[in-house]
Design a protein around this ligand. Structure first.
Ligand code: PMP
Length: 372
């Protein structure tokens, strides 16, 4: 009998996890509802895509796909180090920044430890923490009526740190709220938090945030050896499908990550694409600027619909529709518009990515009907 349940053999911490639920892929909705012309505003992707130079570099790299990639990601690491003005020993590459979040948890946590994250933050944090057997300490977010509604309460997060807390995850700007912490608040946090706690500052939306005044965490690395900054090529650089992210940290932390990192975690197509995308800053900046113009327009239109929106420094917006979001999400799906229901304690919330102007128009046309 027991042979029929091999899943029970998994370690307890893993058995107790609920899997991450990604945004619904377009192909799945096509199969389910037989729809065509579907738009996806559910995973904060960048519909402007990568630089044409990145596409050309990836095509060229295909010819060498029979070779293992450079496991050290030498060229990409050097280019990032140069751009960030840090030593290349401070840079670690990952299969998306998600990979690095999980590696950090693996390297620093056991069942004797804990890690702190905020309520309404990136769903991967508690998963990465709990799979190591460590305790995930969720700190209540700021209230809906605060200056940064539903954002991180950094004071409370610092106060939640215990002797056994090895990691604190801070997303700046944050997903799914879009909110952000100021440079002053983060600096204060870093100055006061225990030096025996690694602060993971997740800047997946950094390039968008810059447009609305979010700080650049790299400036604090030299003074705070317990700081790790994670970033990604999935958002502003338009390369979500090939999976490249990186972190910047004290070299000892890179060294630790290199011990747990699978030898070839970033494939050669991704390395070539990221290197070329990084070299084309003009393309990235123009795509970010266009997205932020559209964000401003979408925010204005949503206000006209009298739905509540959280302030956003990202390529998405959190919308509270004032009624259970599930049926609204379903009606949007039937209109061929995929967004993301937030769930948990935000049952009336949808997270809507900013698409092209045409995508946003489709969403803005479908939403009032889905609400009525
Ligand atoms: N951090 C945050 C806050 C995110 O929203 C995401 C992706 N949705 C990631 C990290 C991971 O992105 P990736 O693995 O594509 O770099």
């Amino acid at each position: 009998m027991s042979e029929a349940h091999p899943g029970r053999l998994a370690v307890r911490a893993v058995r107790e996890l609920s899997p991450y639920v990604p945004g619904k892929p377009i192909s799945e909705l096509e199969r389910e509802l037989g729809l065509r012309d579907i738009i996806k505003l559910a995973s904060n992707e960048n519909p402007h895509g990568p630089s044409p130079r990145a596409l050309a570099a990836m095509r060229a790299a295909l010819g060498q796909a029979w070779l293992y990639p450079d496991g050290a990601c030498h060229e990409l690491k050097l280019a990032l180090a140069q751009q960030l003005k840090v030593d290349s020993a401070c840079v670690t590459l990952g299969n998306g920044s998600n990979d690095l979040l999980v590696l950090l948890a693996e390297a620093f946590l056991t069942s004797a430890h804990s890690a702190v994250h905020s309520q309404y933050s990136f769903a991967v944090y508690p998963l990465a923490i709990r799979q190591t057997g460590a305790q995930a300490i969720e700190v209540p977010a700021l209230g809906a009526d605060s200056e940064m509604p539903l954002g991180h309460d950094l004071e409370a997060m610092r106060a939640a740190v215990r002797d056994h807390t090895r990691l604190v995850f801070i997303a700046n700007p944050n997903n799914p709220t879009g909110t952000w912490a100021s440079g002053g608040a983060l600096k204060r946090f870093l100055e006061r938090v225990s030096h025996d706690t690694i602060v993971v500052l997740d800047e997946a939306y950094f390039e968008y945030g810059l447009e609305r005044g979010t700080p650049d965490g790299v400036q604090w690395l030299a003074q705070h050896p317990n700081l790790v900054i994670t970033r990604t090529f999935s958002k502003a650089y338009g390369l979500a499908g090939v999976r490249v992210g990186y972190c910047v940290s004290h070299p000892e932390i890179s060294d630790v990550l290199n011990r747990v990192r699978p030898p070839f975690n970033v494939n050669s197509i991704a390395q070539a694409g990221a290197l070329a995308a990084l070299a084309d800053q003009a393309h990235m900046r123009e795509s970010v600027a266009e997205t932020m113009r559209e964000l401003t327009r979408v925010e204005r239109e949503l206000r006209r619909l009298r739905v509540w929106t959280a302030p956003s420094a990202t390529n998405f917006v959190l919308v509270r529709v004032g009624v259970p979001a599930g049926p609204v999400y379903e009606r949007l799906l039937r209109a061929g518009v995929i967004v993301r229901p937030v769930g948990g304690a935000l049952q009336d919330a949808l997270r809507i990515s900013i698409g092209t102007r045409a995508h946003n128009d489709r969403m803005l046309e479908a939403l009032p009907r889905a609400l009525s």
